[in-house]
Design a protein. Structure first.
Ligand code: SF4
Length: 210
């Protein structure tokens, strides 16, 4: 069976802001929902971005800094479930990782009427699924979920007793900067986006070594 290529918006490695331990992150391009206040509106359009075979992306991530887990976000991962399942399989062949996945669909919907091929297979590889659309009016500024309607499902026991408070922890976020882009990694605490907008509008950028 041919595995489709992934359509990727961005990747990151060695973040501590999207789950326990050091994690690699894959954000996919394209989402059929259009939640008001989505933190990544440029990743909603279903259009080609970086097209990469899962085996190639797995090799890229494994060649970078060591990581304990993989977090899948977007965009909507369940639209690319088949390719993401292959990505997870490739990484787990080399590295024992936990997997966290964010989706705008509810788990019940994914099980009853999956939006594409490979959803059941991907669900079988996920340890924690954070499900449901983002509802800005229910964003309490806490936890590894954007709003309180979203549910943290432990699909396995791997992260059940890890001591990480998925629902209520104080949020952290990181700015990852390279020569081409700045990526905000994490669920933004209240006020962070407005502060960033204001800082970037005011300039100049403050250098930590000066
Ligand atoms: S499901 Fe997620 S990526 Fe899609 S629009 Fe809503 S917040 Fe944005």
């Amino acid at each position: 069976m041919d595995v489709p290529v992934l359509n990727i918006a961005a990747t990151s490695t060695a973040t501590e802001s999207l789950g326990p331990g050091f994690r690699a992150v894959v954000w996919v391009q394209g989402c059929p929902l259009n939640c008001r206040g989505c933190v990544a509106p440029e990743w909603i359009p279903i259009q080609p971005r970086r097209l990469v075979p899962p085996a190639e992306l797995a090799a890229d991530l494994l060649a970078g800094p060591a990581f304990d887990g993989l977090t899948l976000s977007g965009g909507e991962p369940m639209l690319q479930a088949q390719a993401l399942a292959e990505l997870v399989r490739r990484i787990r062949a080399e590295n024992e990782i936990t997997v966290i996945c964010f989706t705008g669909f509810t788990l019940a919907r994914l099980r009853a009427t999956p939006p594409g091929p490979g959803v059941a297979e991907l669900l079988s590889q996920i340890d924690i699924l954070v499900d449901g659309p983002y509802v800005a009016a229910r964003d309490d500024g806490r936890g590894l979920r954007g709003s309180t309607n979203q549910v943290v499902h432990h699909l396995t026991d791997r992260l059940r007793d890890c001591g990480y408070d998925f629902e209520h922890r104080v949020r952290t976020a990181e700015l990852h900067v390279d020569e081409r882009s700045v990526t905000l990694v994490g669920i933004p605490p209240h006020g962070l986006l407005a502060t960033l907008d204001s800082v970037l509008a005011d300039g100049p950028v403050v250098r930590g070594d000066s």
